[in-house]
Design a protein around this ligand. Structure first.
Ligand code: AMP
Ligand code: MG
Length: 524
């Protein structure tokens, strides 16, 4: 029999997840795809990880990343988890099409590698274990776009494609995304062992996460959310409560960041919630175009459970499931609730922090006034149904151009915002906007930096480019005809989303008419 070469990635492997034992996974080999090729290789990410620059020139590496072999040092498995889907207990799920290859030690810390779409596993249920090119392009681009927007996320190293076909609503071609993260452990992993009453395994998992990932789980503001000294002592004295407290803060921060870039996840089931607070499992996600709080990006989400403005509540709901799963270890119901309750104040603080940053306001004396300012602009955006990304970018540009005459600007001068004024066409939005501007200007002129400096900072925080559905769609349509060039262009723009890229101005515009009918389902 022909021996398949095992390429060496040039970095040491550790595969810590496997130390959890066989109850947590099934060892298996990926299933190869026929006639494989590269679709896109993320060179700068590979460099960041210290991977040899020529890995993408190797046919052996291409074969492994297409499911046709393994790396030296890799020990592939599919892991088992359970979860709540759309509010209901779904029982056992698991890596139905993602195969964990192992974990490499990189200068940026350890990263696990997964092949998404690498064939059937014992957890595939009725699925085929495959992913289509369309959804792989979306996951690949969005992971890297989110990372560039400084939103915690799993990463993506490359996409490989194949001549092999898969059947969804129609015949499509198969692809595999190599995705990476310090860990792919989900809330659902905990729920799995808790639901089965396997408390020893639940404890092994919690101990593992605490031992291996605590440094990644600490939020810079961790100390400030304890409700009082007594509860702080109790939480810090119970390692499992502390774990829940930390995941709560991580999740609150993640969702506040999603809201701040207009990101709608679409399938916030507990099996898609990362224990490290990373954006995980890109399916029917969407960056909002016109601002609509009730926006539902998942075509299959009929009740709007995962609508944009529901995301913060769902984050809490999901944490509650995690809290229930951890209860047998925390062994104290009140303390569990205390850890979860922190979510409300933490979310509010993180959301306010990111909104103020978007507005360029750092020195705020009165928090209530600041939060009022944020609430008002939010409702103006909603009434106008303004394009989310363009609004923030235009506001930033206007601020960067404010010249202060004498030494004080004029807070009544709406002309500073001519470009935004034009976007306000709804009479009520116009009225509220006219009232909001002087209020904002007063804050702005009270900062230690000049408006010009503030505007420059805002331009580095309010992106010009996000992965709008129609941009992804254009790259997908070309890729389906064998032209992968647009993926490369989008990758370059989306990984530098605050730069102007004037030659790609059209990628920063509102969606064209045809794109309004794009509907994204769970089918991927
Ligand atoms: P998702 O909604 O993508 O998070 O998937 C929910 C569950 O279904 C997970 O356990 C996935 O691994 C599994 N799954 C989704 N699509 C497939 C597929 N094509 N083949 C096998 N399993 C799948
Ligand atoms: Mg999933």
């Amino acid at each position: 029999m022909l021996k398949v070469p095992k390429p060496d990635l040039g970095l040491p492997w550790s595969n810590r997840f496997l130390t959890l034992g066989e109850e947590f996974f099934t060892r298996l080999e990926p299933t190869p795809l026929p006639r494989v090729h590269w679709v896109n290789c993320h060179l700068s990410f590979a460099k960041e990880l210290g991977l040899p620059t020529n890995i993408f020139e190797s046919t052996d590496v291409l074969n492994v990343l297409s499911g046709g072999g393994t790396f030296q040092g890799s020990d592939p498995v599919a892991s088992v988890y359970s979860g709540h889907q759309f509010g209901h207990w779904a029982g056992q799920l698991g890596d139905g099409r993602a195969i964990y290859l192992g974990e490499i030690q990189t200068p940026r810390g350890n990263y696990e590698l997964q092949l998404k779409g690498a064939g059937k596993t014992p957890y595939s249920r009725s699925g085929d274990g495959r992913a289509v090119l369309r959804s792989s392009i979306r996951e690949f681009l969005c992971s890297e776009a989110m990372n560039a927007l400084t939103v915690p996320t799993t990463r993506a190293l490359c996409i490989t494609g194949s001549a092999g076909v898969v059947y969804r609503e129609e015949v499509e071609t198969a692809a595999i995304v190599t995705r990476m993260a310090p860990s792919f452990i989900r809330f659902g992993h905990f729920e799995h062992f808790a639901a089965r009453g396997q408390i020893d395994k639940l404890k092994d998992l919690a101990d593992f996460v605490i031992r291996e990932y605590s440094t990644l789980l600490v939020d810079p503001k961790e100390q400030s959310f304890y409700p009082n000294e007594e509860i702080k002592k109790l939480i810090q004295g119970n390692i499992y409560a502390l774990l829940l407290y930390r995941v709560t803060l991580k999740t609150a921060r993640l969702i506040a960041l999603w809201q701040s870039v207009g990101f709608c996840h679409g399938v916030m089931n507990t099996d898609n919630m990362s224990i490290l607070g990373l954006t995980l499992d890109y399916g029917p996600f969407q960056f909002m175009d016109d601002y609509d709080k009730n926006h539902i990006c998942n075509h299959s989400d009929h009740s709007g459970r995962y609508a944009f403005d529901q995301q913060p509540n769902i984050g809490y709901w999901n944490l509650y499931c995690l809290g229930q799963a951890l209860l047998p270890l925390i062994k104290d119901k009140d303390l569990t609730v205390q850890c979860l309750d922190v979510y409300k104040s933490a979310y509010q603080e993180f959301a306010l922090e990111s909104s103020l940053k978007k507005l360029g306001l750092e020195t705020i004396k009165l928090e209530t006034q600041a939060s009022d300012l944020v609430k008002k602009i939010d409702s103006i955006m909603e009434i106008q149904g303004i394009d989310f990304t363009i609004f923030w970018r235009t506001l930033s540009q206007c601020v960067s151009k404010i010249e202060m005459t004498l030494d004080k600007g004029n807070p009544q001068d709406r002309d500073y915002f001519k470009a935004v004024n034009k976007m306000m066409t709804h009479p009520q939005a116009q009225l509220l906007w006219a009232k909001w501007v002087p209020n904002y200007l007063e804050f702005l002129f009270g900062q230690s930096l000049s408006p010009n400096e503030i505007g420059q900072k805002m331009l580095k925080n309010n992106p010009k480019y996000v992965l709008r559905n129609h941009l992804g769609e254009m790259a997908i349509q070309k890729a389906q005809k064998g032209d992968f060039s647009e993926i490369e262009i989008l990758l370059r723009i989306l990984t530098n989303p605050y730069d102007e890229h004037i030659e790609f101005e059209s990628f920063a515009s509102t969606p064209p008419e045809w794109a309004k009918s794009i509907s994204i389902s769970c089918s991927s």
